[in-house]
Structure formats: C-alpha cells, structure tokens
Design a protein around this ligand. Structure first.
Ligand code: PLP
Length: 402
C-alpha cells in the first residue's frame, strides 16, 4: 500500500504487564468485585436500543429504588464515577445566583462545595471539624440565615469514617422550602438509609463500595420536588452530559419532570449517549444480590463485621479514631462500612500499609487531608464485609505493628 506518511512506531507498545496482583481491597473503595458481578463484565455486548437491553434498564431502575428505599420515578444510573453523580446533582439543582448551604466536615463534603462554586451558587459554607457531624441546630441556623434553595451534606464521610445524623434534617429543609442533597457513596447498601422517609431530594452512590460492583456507574435519584425544580429552571443545565431531563429522555421518557406524571404507553426512548452495557449488567447483578439477601440483612452483615473489627483492633492494642457512639440508625457516629483507625504515636502509617500489601496483598488506605498520617482507613464494604476478612486483617495488622 502506498502511504503519504511514514508510520511512527515511537509509541508502539510491547506490553510488559503480564499479571496484576490479586488484592484483598479493604480500603475506602473500590472493594473487591463479587464473582457474579465480575462475570457480568464479560457478558456479550448488546445494542442500546435493543428491547432486551431496555428490560435490563427497567429492572435495574426498579432495584435501585429498593436500594435507595424510594418511590422516586427518576432513579437512574449515571455512567460515570461517584463524582459524576455528585456533579449531576449540583449541575441540575443549582442555577447561577441560587443560595446554597454546603455542610463541610471532610474531603468529600468539601468537593461538593468546590463544585457548587463552579455552577455560580451563592454559598454559605458551614465548616465543622473533621471527624464531627452536623446537628439539627447547625442546619436550622444555616437555613434561617441563608434561605437556601439547596442544602448539601455527606452521609458517610469516607475521609473521616463519620456517619451524619439524618433524623429531622429533611423535615427541617422542607419547612424552609429547601431541597436536601445527600452523598451516600461510601454507605448505601451497607448502612441503613431511607431516601423517602428522610425526605431527601437528591441522593447518589457509587458502584464500587458497598455494592461490590465496578466503579464508573453511579446510581442517582431525584424526588418529584427536585425534578420540578429542574423542569422550571430559567437557564439550561450547564453540563450537557449530566442534564437530568436529557438523561430521562433515554432512561424514563414516560416521566414528566414538571408535574411528576407518568405517560402510558411509554414514549420512545431517545438516544442520549451510549451507555456502557457491561457496567449496567454489573450494577444490576450487584443490587440483585442485595435484593436476594434482603437489605436489612446486608446492613446487619456490615454492622457485625464492623463490630468484630473494633473488637479485633482492641485485642491488638489499636483503636478506632472516633469515639464509640450510640447505634441509633438515624443518629450520627461511626460509619460501619468505613472505619478510621488511630495510628499509634511513633508508628509510620505508610510502612504498615506497605507491609500489609507486600506480604499479604491486603490494601488499606491512609488518612486524607488533615488526617494524613494520623489514621488508617479500613473499609468492610459489600461482599468484603465478612468475619473472615476481619480475622485476616487483624492477624496481619498485629504482625505489621509489632
Ligand atoms: N463521595 C464519597 C463519600 C466518596 O467516598 C467518594 C469516593 O471515594 C466520592 C464521593 C467520589 O466517588 P468516585 O471516586 O467514584 O468519583
């Protein structure tokens, strides 16, 4: 073949990567894929307008309603990381100039704050010390002072291991005509959370934590109030890829954002972007396993694993970073799916992590931001939340900290 240009082989790779190590992922996520989920990733591709794929989509959406404990019609997976789902909430629910309250007490609540700034919100940032959570009084004061149309918070703060108390917050927001947005990336499926009962308007999670699924696919749900706000926007959503009404045109074209009604028969689905079918299959499988186990049992399994971890830590002279708290499910305290462990004085946190990884293929993580060097972060999430993993980790840790 006659060529006008010479092909350069400068970047033609002969790969030197043969085997990736098999790790036990006990950090803040991703956690290990369940073998059933893994299998879905290698299931054959199907077209995005295939009626069979539509059935998979519908079933996945219904299962996500179970996962979120919601009847919200707009409950879809965002094809992107947890951060994309976060951005979908921020981009759709904020118009330039909107008053927004961002409750910030960790790395991920701060990420929401940074995003909200980019969408032109007029923000009141309520800062609390890392490792604490917000009281009803904190929320009430901010609502009264700033009169926001949106309040944002993180339920399970992965950087600190804190679970935000949810009792009464949604009701308070309703009384002040404010939508409530909550991040549950590190918690949903592992820790009790009730979107409808807790009057949450926008909520999202990620596939890779308590669902034992892959990263890059992130369930999201919007209440009818949130959808109405989107339908009544004066300005277009600044992010085309994450525009909820455009996404709805493909996932649930029967849903009317403005008034919450559903049209039958379903109007034709409109192409928006090519959804990653294998990630959708994998997400569906991961939530199907929660449907089979029963979500209360899944929550209990996470709680039992966390409690065994606390005991095991104590038995080897370590302890969780956060004080023990009561266990009322809608109160604040330790997050069962992610425990921050205090690094004893004089110990190099990184060396211990390296020892676990090199000798036992166990991955845990160090602290972020102001907790760097002070804590390890141990995740017992999804499929990984079991007694065998706790025993393994404790005996490896015992050796590592000697
Ligand atoms: N929110 C929380 C609480 C998280 O823990 C994470 C990731 O660790 C994210 C958001 C962002 O998710 P992703 O890394 O999938 O973008």
């Amino acid at each position: 073949m006659k060529q006008m240009f010479n092909v350069s082989n400068a970047h033609r790779v002969k790969s030197s990567i043969s085997n990736l190590p098999v790790r036990l992922l006990l950090g803040p996520g991703p956690s290990n894929l369940h073998p059933r989920v893994n299998q879905q990733l290698s299931t054959h591709m199907i077209g995005y307008t295939d009626q069979n794929y539509y059935k998979v989509m519908d079933e996945t959406m219904e299962m996500m309603r179970y996962l979120f404990q919601t009847n919200n019609h707009f409950t879809i997976p965002i094809t992107g990381a947890g951060t994309a789902a976060m951005e979908a909430c921020v981009a759709n629910l904020i118009e330039p100039g909107d008053n927004v309250v961002c409750c910030v007490s960790g790395y991920f609540s701060d990420r929401i704050y940074q995003m909200a700034q980019r969408y032109g919100a007029n923000i009141l940032k309520v800062d609390r010390k890392w490792g604490t959570w917000f009281s009803l009084d904190d929320v009430r004061d901010a609502l009264v002072k700033h009169k926001p149309s949106l309040l944002t918070m993180v339920f399970g703060e992965t950087s600190t291991g804190v679970k935000q108390a949810m009792a009464g917050i949604g009701q308070l927001c309703k009384e002040h005509n404010c939508l409530l947005m909550v991040d549950t990336v590190a918690a949903l499926g592992g820790v009790p959370f009730f979107v409808d009962d807790w009057k949450v308007d926008a909520c999202y999670t990620g596939g890779q934590k308590c669902l034992s699924g892959p990263p890059g696919i992130s369930p999201i749900t919007f209440s009818p109030l949130a959808c109405a706000k989107i339908a009544n926007r004066k300005t277009p959503v600044a992010n085309w890829y994450l525009d909820a009404m455009l996404l709805g045109g493909y996932w649930c074209p029967e849903y009317n954002f403005a008034n919450g009604t559903v049209t039958t028969p379903q109007p034709l689905r409109r192409y928006h972007h090519t959804t990653p079918a294998n990630l959708v299959y994998a997400l569906r499988e991961s939530i199907l396993m929660i449907c089979e186990e029963g979500i209360e049992n899944t929550w209990n399994r996470h709680q039992d694993a966390a409690k065994s971890l606390y005991k095991g830590l104590e038995s080897i002279g370590l302890k969780p970073y956060l004080a023990d708290t009561n266990e009322v499910f809608d109160q604040g305290g330790r997050l069962f799916s992610l425990t921050t462990v205090a690094v004893p004085d004089g110990l190099d946190a990184k060396l211990v992590m390296k020892y676990l990884l090199d000798k036992y293929n166990i991955e845990i993580a160090g602290g972020l931001g102001e907790l760097a060097g002070k804590v390890w972060r141990v995740g017992l999430m999804g499929f990984n939340a079991n007694q065998t993993n706790v025993k393994l980790l404790i005996s490896a840790l015992e050796e590592a900290v000697k």
